[in-house]
Write a protein that binds this ligand. Structure first.
Ligand code: FAD
Length: 521
């Protein structure tokens, strides 16, 4: 079994690791980026293309964490459902943010070309399926996405979903023909290569241990070198640690695990005809076919770091829960990484103080959003683009530290539990509806036969009232089941404090962490 475990094993890019260069000399640059994940590398690529001198400092190696261990699905939007975004910041700003998220996806598509990144294997289309029967909600969402947010979407009826995915677990679906998937691991390494070609210098094995963001030229300290830069971009996700610990504490780390089956042959195509990515609206399962007949599946999550290998059995069981007809599956590869989830469900993008930037908290929806953040931050620094301020309503909120992690476990369990309960209820209702239909059909048939019999046979015994002709009962409609949405509370805390003000001074005390916002991954 090939196993990729962020933090302990090297994974398949070991050759690249041996070549990694640690920074061993002092350096002066325009922009110093902390973290070589998707976010840091996108800032590096864009800023270098615009002519800035850029150094990326990576504590481990390129794509070490989530960025090198994801499923590669690229969709518009954010972790926070669009309806909630509108409620929080209004329609106009939501529209602008949504457009930015689409630009992020377009940016990934433009990079993910075979000529830039060989073997990137881009394929089209993603399907979001509902675990409950909520046709009405789906129609209003489709209208909103296509009319108000100019996003190409198709609504799929239950039959269509189930002809593509042979399971009674899923009901309606929203198909995004313009969404796509790529080889996620190749993408992050391709991004690093493109950034290097554009002039960025990437130093691996170079953890940043402290920063001094005061003054025009900011100081960055690593174990073997010191840097000075006009701008620092913190793109370290949940592992940022010492340089700005209180920033890391605004993220709840959630380790997400995935597995890939051995080739399944013909039986897979019989059960999963859909060739794009599939995710459910509760953000629990996310899967797609890779290499023609293997199933890649992300599902289990923890709020502590664990060896992904441990979850091979759970992933296989999950596959068979959703697709019982799949039969036994062997998981031959497992991987995982920590995603940073914010209390409000939106990424952290912006300027903390003059020249100190953050691009983090992308959750499970990180490909388009980190691309968007990279572009926004680079353009802000070099062109004065102020659109990052659209993220200001989503302030830095403490995620609760260890207590938040414990709370996160229960919120996660509760979400999964209530999603399973809602799903079971929806399937039960569906069974009742089917039984009702069968009963009605039998009744109608009996009535027809009775009507066809000679009148004498239908005569009632004297003195007994003639019963009214039974009316077929209307087909019972399923009541929409309210979806389990976690509570996400936002406490006031300025994103951009006044110059020279300690950004953490305004952060609020403990807020119960919320995780498990519905996301694309
Ligand atoms: C199993 C799984 C499947 C996923 N699938 C999808 C998907 O299909 N589509 C999607 O859009 N998203 C997906 N995601 C989410 C996506 O992978 C993340 O949102 C994204 O990779 C986050 O990127 P990042 O650059 O912020 O963080 P990271 O990838 O964590 O990168 C941060 C880097 O910073 C470095 N660093 C931290 N602190 C320091 C320091 N002090 N000094 C030096 N370096 C430091 C770390 O070593 C790390 O390499 C998935 C995630 C997982 C785990």
């Amino acid at each position: 079994m090939i196993e990729t475990f962020t933090g302990t094993t090297e994974g398949p890019d070991a050759a690249a690791l041996r070549e990694r260069a640690r920074l061993c000399f002092d350096l002066d640059v325009d922009i110093c980026i902390v973290g070589a994940g998707l976010a840091g590398l996108t800032v590096a690529l864009e800023a270098s293309r615009m002519g800035a001198s850029v150094a990326v400092l990576e504590g481990r190696h390129v794509g070490w964490n989530a960025s090198g261990h994801q499923l590669g699905t690229v969709m518009p939007g954010f972790g926070l459902p669009i309806g909630e975004l509108i409620e929080r910041i209004g329609f106009e700003d939501t529209k602008e943010l949504w457009d930015l998220s689409k630009e992020g996806a377009a940016y990934v598509r433009a990079n993910a070309m075979e000529e830039h990144i060989p073997g990137i294997a881009l394929s089209e289309g993603a399907l979001e399926v509902s675990n409950v029967d909520v046709g009405d909600q789906l129609i209003s969402r489709l209208q909103m996405l296509s009319e108000d947010f100019e996003t190409e979407v198709e609504g799929w009826q239950i039959d269509r979903v189930r002809s593509e995915l042979r399971t009674d677990r899923y009901f309606h679906g929203v198909y995004y023909p313009k969404a796509f998937q790529i080889d996620g691991r190749k993408y992050v390494h391709g991004l690093a290569a493109m950034a290097r070609r554009a002039g960025a210098r990437i130093f691996e094995d170079t953890p940043v241990v402290s920063i001094d963001p005061s003054g025009i030229r900011k100081r960055i300290v690593t174990p073997s070198a010191r840097l000075r830069a006009s701008h620092i971009v913190l793109a370290g996700n949940v592992h940022l640690g010492a340089p700005l610990r209180r920033l890391s504490e605004t993220l709840l780390p959630v380790w997400r695990y995935a597995g890939v089956t051995a080739p399944l042959g013909e039986r897979l195509a019989e059960i999963v005809a859909f060739r794009g990515s599939v995710s459910d609206t509760d953000g629990i399962d996310h899967f797609r076919i890779v290499d023609g007949d293997r199933l890649m599946w992300a599902s289990p999550e923890t709020t502590w770091s664990a060896n992904p290998k441990r979850f091979a059995g759970a992933i296989a069981r999950r596959m068979r829960t959703i697709f019982p007809k799949l039969g036994p599956v062997e998981i031959t590869e497992t991987f995982g990484g920590a995603v940073g989830t914010t209390v409000h469900g939106m990424p952290q993008i912006g300027q903390l103080r003059k020249g100190l930037w953050v691009a983090s908290g992308f959750g499970r929806h990180g490909l388009n959003t980190s691309a968007m953040a990279g572009q926004l931050v680079a353009r802000s620094i070099l062109w004065g683009d102020e659109r990052w301020r659209l993220f200001s309503p989503f302030e830095l909120v403490w995620a609760g530290g260890p207590v938040g992690r414990v709370a996160g476990i229960f919120v996660g369990l509760w979400n999964r539990g209530s999603s399973a309960a809602n799903g079971a209820l929806a399937r039960h209702r569906e069974r009742v509806r089917i039984q009702d239909r069968i009963r009605e059909a039998r009744l109608a048939e009996a009535n027809q036969k009775a009507a066809a019999r000679p009148a004498v046979q239908r005569r009632q015994p004297p003195g007994r009232p003639r019963p009214g002709r039974p009316q077929p009962r209307p087909v019972q409609q399923a009541q929409p089941v309210p979806q389990a949405e976690p509570v996400a509370e936002v406490q006031p805390a300025q994103m951009e404090p006044q110059a020279h003000e300690d950004p953490q001074a305004r952060q609020q005390p403990a807020v119960p962490a919320a995780h498990g916002e519905r996301e694309g991954t």
